[in-house]
Design a protein around this ligand. Structure first.
Ligand SMILES: *[C@@H]1O[C@H](CO)[C@@H](O)[C@H](O)[C@H]1NC(C)=O
Ligand SMILES: *[C@@H]1O[C@H](CO)[C@@H](O)[C@H](O)[C@H]1NC(C)=O
Ligand SMILES: *[C@@H]1O[C@H](CO)[C@@H](O)[C@H](O)[C@H]1NC(C)=O
Length: 308
C-alpha cells in the first residue's frame, strides 16, 4: 500500500515539475530536460550530431583522461570512439561518417566498422569543422577557412585575412563566423565578408540548415529571418553561461552548460513560455516564464524560473 502510494506520488510529481520548468524557451515553446547525457565532466571541442541515426558525438576529460564518445539520443546509450583526444567534430549526413580532429590531423570514424583512421593533414592542428557537401575547417591559431574534398584542400581566398574562431555554413551557403568578439557574414556569391553584429555569439545550424546564434551573457537565442536576412530573437535559455548547442534529428536542442558541467538533451513540453528581459548592470538578464496550459487554462499557474 505504502509502496503503491509512493509510486503514485513519484509518477505525478516529476511530470508536473517538468512541465513548469523551461530550460529553454524557443518560439513560445517550453523545453525541459529529457535526459542528461552526462554530469560533472569537462566537455571540450565541438558537438556534432548524426541526424539520421540521432547520435551525438563529443569529447570530455575525466580525471585527466580524454574520451570521445557517441551517445544514442533515441536509446540513451553511449559508446567509446577509438580515438581518445579529439576536438573538432563534423558528420557527413549522407554517409554517417564522423570527421574528428586529433592533436594533429583529421581522422575519419566509420560507425559501421567502429574504426578510426587518419584522413588528412597529419601535421596540422585543426580548430573547427563543419560538413556541408564537403568538409570545411579552420586551423588552430591560423587565419582563413578551408575546405577539403577527396583529400585535396582549397582555401576560401576572400577569408584569408580573417582569424576565424567559430563558423557555420547555412542553407544558403552563407558563412557566419566569429572574429575576435564580432560576428561577420560572408554571403554566397559576394566578394567579401561584412560585419554583422558587434557581439559574441555561439553559432550553430539546425536540421534545416538555418543559422542560430546564442548570446552567452544574456542567454538569448537568435536566428536569421530568411526574408529580411536579419537576426531576430526567438527565445532564451534559463540558466548557464558558456554554451555549446546542437539540434538533433527532431530539431530539438542538446546543450552543454559549462557552469554545472552538464550535457542535456531537451524536448518540448506541454506548456507555453515567454521571455522577458530586465536590465541588470551591463547585461540584460533574460527571464524565462512558463505557463502551464493543462486543463484548458483551469488551474493556470505562472511560474517564474529566474536563474542566477
Ligand atoms: C568501439 O571500439 C572501442 C575501442 O576499441 C570500444 O571501447 C567500443 O565498445 C566499440 N564500440 C562498439 C559499438 O563496438
Ligand atoms: C585511450 O584511453 C584508454 C582509456 O583511458 C587507454 O587505455 C588507452 O591507452 C588510450 N589510448 C591512447 C592511444 O592513448
Ligand atoms: C550559392 O551561389 C551559387 C552561385 O553564386 C549558386 O549556384 C548556389 O545555388 C548558391 N548556394 C545555395 C545553397 O543557395
Amino acid at each position: 500500500m505504502w509502496k503503491l502510494l509512493l509510486l503514485l506520488i513519484y509518477a505525478i510529481i516529476p511530470t508536473q515539475a517538468k512541465r513548469l520548468s523551461c530550460y529553454a524557451c524557443i518560439n513560445l515553446v517550453c523545453y525541459s530536460p529529457h535526459d542528461r547525457i552526462f554530469i560533472d565532466q569537462k566537455l571540450s571541442g565541438q558537438l556534432a550530431v548524426d541526424r539520421n541515426a540521432n547520435i551525438i558525438y563529443y569529447h570530455y576529460q575525466d580525471n585527466g583522461k580524454d574520451f570521445t564518445k557517441a551517445f544514442d539520443l533515441t536509446k540513451a546509450t553511449s559508446t567509446v570512439i577509438p580515438l581518445n583526444f579529439t576536438f573538432a567534430h563534423a558528420v557527413d549526413q549522407s554517409t554517417g561518417d564522423l570527421y574528428l580532429s586529433g592533436e594533429k590531423g583529421i581522422y575519419k570514424y566509420n560507425p559501421k566498422d567502429n574504426n578510426t583512421e587518419l584522413y588528412a593533414l597529419k601535421d596540422r592542428t585543426i580548430w573547427h569543422m563543419q560538413f556541408e557537401d564537403k568538409l570545411y575547417y579552420t586551423e588552430f591559431k591560423h587565419k582563413g577557412l578551408f575546405s577539403i574534398n577527396n583529400k585535396k584542400t582549397k582555401e576560401i581566398t576572400q577569408l584569408s585575412d580573417y582569424q576565424i574562431d567559430d563558423f557555420i555554413i547555412d542553407k544558403h551557403d552563407d558563412i557566419y563566423f566569429m572574429r575576435r568578439s564580432a560576428l561577420y557574414v560572408f554571403r554566397n556569391g559576394t566578394k567579401k565578408p561584412e560585419l554583422f553584429q558587434d557581439e559574441i555569439y555561439f553559432l550553430t545550424t539546425d536540421k534545416n540548415g538555418e543559422a542560430y546564434f546564442i548570446q552567452p551573457y544574456t542567454r538569448g537565442i537568435y536566428k536569421i529571418n530568411y526574408r529580411t536576412n536579419r537576426m531576430i530573437e526567438v527565445g532564451a535559455f534559463k540558466r548557464g553561461l558558456a554554451f555549446k548547442v546542437v539540434f538533433d534529428s527532431d530539431n530539438h536542442i542538446v546543450f552543454y552548460e559549462s557552469t554545472n558541467k552538464i550535457l542535456y538533451f531537451l524536448s518540448p513540453v506541454l506548456s507555453k513560455c515567454t521571455v522577458t528581459t530586465r536590465g541588470v548592470g551591463r547585461y540584460l538578464r533574460k527571464v524565462v516564464v512558463s505557463r502551464s496550459t493543462r486543463n484548458n487554462g483551469k488551474n493556470r499557474r505562472t511560474h517564474k524560473s529566474n536563474s542566477l
